[in-house]
Design a protein around this ligand. Structure first.
Ligand code: BMA
Length: 340
């Protein structure tokens, strides 16, 4: 069988550190200089976490969840030459509507950033008379035009696929409730125009009693590989001391991504380091983006840590897909088309 490959662009300047000798469990290793973004990283921003980055004009650009000093989360832009050291804009992103008038969300958190054709889309969680998904588009990172909210409340953790499938845009999301939702599965929806969303399908639900027993949610935009869509997501387990957020992995069918081909029964990363275990919300690792190089197969995972910091972890497509296939455990509801 031929070796698994990433389908996409080469990103030779992506951040990278070689695998240390001893890696127990999944082949994912943390950047030794983590966290890459510490406390009070920008003017009037107490914490940055759960953020998304992407290659842009031979450098990197990102949209960052900045918890302002009044506690309200908003999205800030940042730029970097190496995707490790970031400079943030002082002002939050100024969204406009399609007529060009200011159209600011009440709050905005957990942004994802996905390029489809020549357009960059930011997808985040915001108030739409309840927590729901917001989307804006940009081509130049100067003007950010909000487009129609895709779903009714309550919904969180939306992420777009980086290309259309069978002519339609595809989005994963997690319908939820108004609080710190103690349940939730990942669903898939499609749209011909980014306005009307339908053909909803169930993708996957909670699984392991031990680390993803309560809820799951989409993480980084799926990576196209020769084995299918490689998805890093978050899985939440409950303990007597509260929720624990780990990073899980699955591979979705390339043509019909509501079908899960492989799902790793082990977490790929779970809170272990001080910056993951200690912070505003302890025991959270929350992936929102990857940078990946189709040439070398290298993958850098960007994740929020303890709702306080940004961490970086590495793997390769060959190692992670090999591991996920070896440790795969899929249920009936994972492998079905997801329509009832
Ligand atoms: C979720 C979201 C995330 C956060 C996580 C842990 O519900 O609000 O932004 O990282 O809780 O607090």
């Amino acid at each position: 069988m031929s070796e698994v490959k990433i389908i996409g662009s080469a990103v030779p300047n992506m951040p990278w550190q070689e695998k240390p000798k001893q890696v127990h469990g999944a082949p994912v290793w943390r950047y030794t200089e983590n966290p890459i973004i510490g406390r009070n990283p920008a003017k009037e921003v107490a914490r940055i976490f759960n953020s998304a980055v992407i290659p842009y004009q031979n450098e990197f650009i990102g949209v960052f969840r900045g918890e302002q000093i009044n506690g309200i989360p908003y999205i800030y832009m940042g730029r970097s030459k190496d995707a490790i050291h970031w400079e943030f804009e002082e002002e939050k992103i100024a969204f406009v509507d399609e007529e060009g008038k200011s159209f600011m969300p009440v709050y905005a958190y957990d942004p994802r950033l996905v390029k489809i054709e020549d357009v960059y889309y930011i997808i985040w969680c915001q108030d739409f008379y309840g927590a729901a998904i917001g989307i804006a588009k940009t081509t130049d990172f100067q003007t950010f035009v909000r487009i129609e909210n895709p779903f009714l409340p309550f919904n969180r953790n939306a992420v777009l696929f980086p290309r259309k499938i069978h002519g339609n845009y595809m989005m994963l999301s997690r319908p939820s409730d108004s609080g710190h939702t103690p349940f939730g599965d990942i669903f898939l929806s499609e749209s011909p125009d980014m306005v009307y969303w339908g053909k909803h399908r169930h993708v996957m639900g909670k699984a392991s009693e031990w680390w993803e027993s309560l809820k799951i949610g989409g993480g980084a935009a799926p990576i196209e590989t020769t084995e299918g869509w490689l998805l890093f997501y978050h899985g939440v387990g409950g303990t007597c001391n509260g929720y624990v957020y780990s990073i899980g992995g699955a591979i979705l069918d390339i043509e019909n991504p509501s079908i899960v081909k492989y799902r790793c029964e082990n977490f790929l990363l779970t809170p272990e380091e001080w910056y993951e275990e200690r912070g505003f919300v302890p025991n959270v690792t929350f992936p929102c983006a990857t940078i990946h190089d189709a040439e070398s197969g290298r993958i850098a995972i960007y994740y929020g840590a303890a709702d306080t910091y940004v961490g970086l972890a590495f793997t390769t497509v060959k190692e992670i897909v090999g591991y996920m296939k070896e440790k795969s455990s899929v249920s009936e509801s994972d492998i079905e088309i997801g329509r009832r």
